[in-house]
Design a protein around this ligand. Structure first.
Ligand code: PLP
Length: 365
C-alpha cells in the first residue's frame, strides 16, 4: 500500500536532533515559556519576515486569541470562507462573533474576492482568509476591500507554512496570522503546537498576556486570559524542523509539478495555481472527480491510500445546525467531488510515477 502520509518516516529523519532537544530541555529544569520557546519564536518571525511571533498551544487557539485580542465579539461579524477546515470558523464562534460564510473560487478553492463585498455589513470587523491546501489567497483585492471598509485581515496559515505571495511569506500578508504545527502540517511538531505572527506591536503585547492567564507579571492579571502556551519540548523540535521546511516544500512542489504535468484523465480535474509556483506549498494535492467513492475504491484496489479534505462542508455540520438549510453550491460541489492524492517530503518518486499511471488508467464504472 502506498500510504497517504508517512509521519514516522518524516520525523525519523530528525531522530538524533529530536532526542538531543528533549535531553536539553529535561536538563534545563525550565518547562514552561523558557529559552527554547523564545528562540523558536524569534526564528519563526525571521522566517516569515514579521516583527513578532508568539508560540501558543495550537492553531485553533492562535486564531481565537487573535480575534479576542482585536476585541471582536458579540454583535460583530467576520467574513470566512465557506470551504475550509472547521477550526477557522470555530475561532469566530468561540468569541461570540458571527461567522459570515463567503463562497470560494472553484479553481483555487480559496475565498473569492469578488464575493466578499456583497457580504459586508456595518457590523463586519474582519476578513479571515484561509490559505487552503497550501496555496496563498489572492491577497491584493482582499486587502483593497479591507482598506476600503477598515477591516482587519487575519490569515489562517495552518496549511501554508512558507508559501510566498508577491515576494512576501504568508503570515506577513495581513494584520495577524495563525499557524498550526499539528503533526501532519508542512511544519509539524510531535504533538499540538501553534503560533501567531504579526507586525502589530500592541497586538503582540496583548497576546503575550492573553496566552498566559492575562498576565504580564506573575499573579497580576490584567485580562481574563487563557492558558495557551507553546510547549517547551516542542519548540526545539520545531526549530530543528524549520531548517528543512523550504527543502521539504520544494520536494512537495516537485511532486505536484510531476502530477500536474503527467496526470491526463478527463474524469480527474487537477488543482490550479493562480500566482507563481512559490505561492503554493502543497499541504495536500486535491483533485476532483464526479464519482468520488468509485475513484477511491479503485485507488484502494490499486494499493493507493487517499483522503478527503473535507467530506462535509461546515454549513452542513451538526455543530452549525442554524446553517443546515443554507446552500453554498460551490462549496457543496467541492466537498462532494474532492480527493487528496499522496504527497509528502519523504515520498519515493517511483510511487509518484505509479500513482500517475494508476490515475491515468481510471475509468468510472
Ligand atoms: C489544522 C488547521 C487548523 C487548526 O489547527 P490545530 O493546531 O489543529 O488547532 C486551523 N485551520 C486550518 C485551515 C487547519 O488546517
Amino acid at each position: 500500500m502506498i500510504p497517504f502520509l508517512d509521519l514516522k518516516k518524516i520525523n525519523l529523519r530528525h531522530e538524533e536532533a529530536i532526542l538531543n532537544s528533549v535531553h536539553k530541555v529535561l536538563h534545563s529544569g525550565w518547562y514552561i515559556l523558557g529559552e527554547e520557546v523564545k528562540s523558536f519564536e524569534s526564528k519563526f518571525a525571521d522566517y516569515c519576515g514579521t516583527s513578532y511571533c508568539l508560540g501558543v498551544a495550537n492553531g485553533l487557539d492562535a486564531l481565537e486569541l487573535i480575534i479576542r485580542a482585536y476585541d471582536i465579539g458579540i454583535g460583530d461579524e467576520v467574513i470566512v470562507p465557506s470551504n475550509t477546515y472547521i477550526a477557522s470558523i470555530l475561532s469566530v464562534s468561540a468569541n461570540g462573533a458571527t461567522p459570515v460564510l463567503v463562497e470560494p473560487n472553484l479553481m483555487t478553492y480559496n475565498l473569492d474576492p469578488d464575493k466578499i463585498e456583497e457580504s459586508i455589513t456595518p457590523n463586519t470587523k474582519a476578513i479571515l482568509v484561509v490559505h487552503l491546501y497550501g496555496q496563498s489567497c489572492n491577497m491584493r483585492p482582499i486587502k483593497r476591500i479591507a482598506e476600503k471598509y477598515n477591516l482587519k485581515v487575519i490569515e489562517d496559515c495552518a496549511q501554508a507554512h512558507g508559501a510566498v505571495y508577491a515576494s512576501r511569506k504568508v503570515g506577513n500578508l495581513g494584520d495577524a496570522a495563525a499557524f498550526s504545527f499539528y503533526p501532519g502540517k508542512n511544519l509539524g511538531a510531535l504533538g499540538d503546537a501553534g503560533a501567531i505572527t504579526t507586525n502589530d506591536e500592541d497586538l503582540y503585547r496583548n497576546l503575550q498576556a492573553l496566552r498566559n492567564y492575562g498576565s504580564h507579571k506573575k499573579y497580576e492579571n490584567i485580562y481574563k486570559g487563557y492558558n495557551s502556551r507553546l510547549d517547551e519540548f516542542q519548540a526545539p523540535i520545531l526549530s530543528e524542523k524549520l531548517k528543512f521546511l523550504d527543502l521539504d516544500n520544494k520536494f512537495r512542489r516537485d511532486i505536484a509539478t510531476y502530477y500536474l504535468n503527467n496526470i491526463v484523465n478527463e474524469h480527474v480535474a487537477l488543482p490550479y495555481v493562480e500566482e507563481g509556483p512559490e505561492s503554493h506549498v502543497w499541504h495536500v494535492f486535491v483533485v476532483r472527480t464526479p464519482d468520488r467513492s468509485d475513484f477511491i475504491n479503485y485507488m484502494n484496489q490499486q494499493g493507493i491510500q487517499t483522503m478527503i479534505h473535507y467530506p462535509i462542508p461546515p454549513h452542513k455540520q451538526e455543530a452549525y445546525k442554524e446553517w443546515n438549510e443554507l446552500t453554498f453550491p460551490i462549496s457543496e460541489k467541492i466537498h462532494s467531488e474532492i480527493v487528496s492524492l499522496p504527497i509528502s517530503p519523504v515520498m519515493d518518486m517511483e510511487d509518484v510515477k505509479r500513482i500517475v499511471e494508476v490515475v491515468n488508467e481510471y475509468r468510472p464504472n
